[in-house]
Write a protein of this length. Structure first.
Length: 162
C-alpha cells in the first residue's frame, strides 16, 4: 500500500462525512434526537460514534493508547459535532499527511478484549474509513427518511468530483 492511497481514502472519508453533516444541518431538533432502529440510538449518537472512532484510532495508532468515550449528550447540535470533529480531524490529518510508504506498511499490534490484533498500519487506517462508511450509510438512511438525503456517497462519485 502507498501513503498516497491512504491519503486518498481519508480525503474520501472527509468528503462523504461532510455530505452527511450538510444534510444533517437540515433536520429538526426532534429528528436529530429521534430514536431509531440502528445501534447508536439516534442521528446524533451515530454522528458522535463516527467521530469517536476516528479519535480512538488516532490515539491508538499515533499517540499511544485509548481515551475515554465521548458522551453524545455533550453535543446538542450538528454544529457542536462539526466543531469538535474539525479539530479532531485536523489532528488526524497531520499524521496522515506525514506518512511515508514505509510507515503505512509497518506492522503494528495492540491489545483488544484480551486478544492481540496484528496488522499493517494501512489496514488499521482503512478500517477507520470502512467503519465510517458503515455508519454514514446508517445516517444517510435516517436522513433520507427525514426528507434530507445526503445524496450518493460512493467513492467513484468522490473521484469524479476531484
Amino acid at each position: 500500500m502507498k501513503a498516497a492511497d491512504i491519503k486518498l481514502l481519508y480525503d474520501y472519508n472527509d468528503w462523504a462525512t461532510a455530505r452527511v453533516m450538510r444534510a444533517a444541518d437540515r433536520v429538526s431538533p426532534e429528528q436529530f434526537l429521534a430514536r431509531n432502529e440502528f445501534g447508536w440510538e439516534n442521528l446524533r449518537g451515530t454522528l458522535v460514534h463516527i467521530m469517536q472512532a476516528e479519535i480512538v484510532w488516532r490515539h491508538r495508532l499515533f499517540e499511544g493508547g485509548d481515551i475515554d468515550w465521548l458522551n453524545a449528550s455533550d453535543f446538542p447540535s450538528v454544529d457542536a459535532i462539526r466543531d469538535r470533529r474539525d479539530t479532531e480531524i485536523a489532528a488526524l490529518r497531520r499524521y496522515i499527511e506525514g506518512l511515508s510508504d514505509e510507515a503505512v506498511n509497518a506492522p503494528l499490534a495492540f491489545e483488544r478484549n484480551e486478544k492481540t490484533i496484528q496488522a499493517q498500519l494501512w489496514q488499521f487506517l482503512a478500517h477507520v474509513v470502512n467503519h465510517g462508511t458503515q455508519h454514514r450509510s446508517e445516517c444517510a438512511a435516517l436522513l433520507t427518511g427525514f426528507g434530507h438525503s445526503p445524496g450518493d456517497l460512493d467513492l467513484v462519485l468522490f473521484l469524479g468530483s476531484r
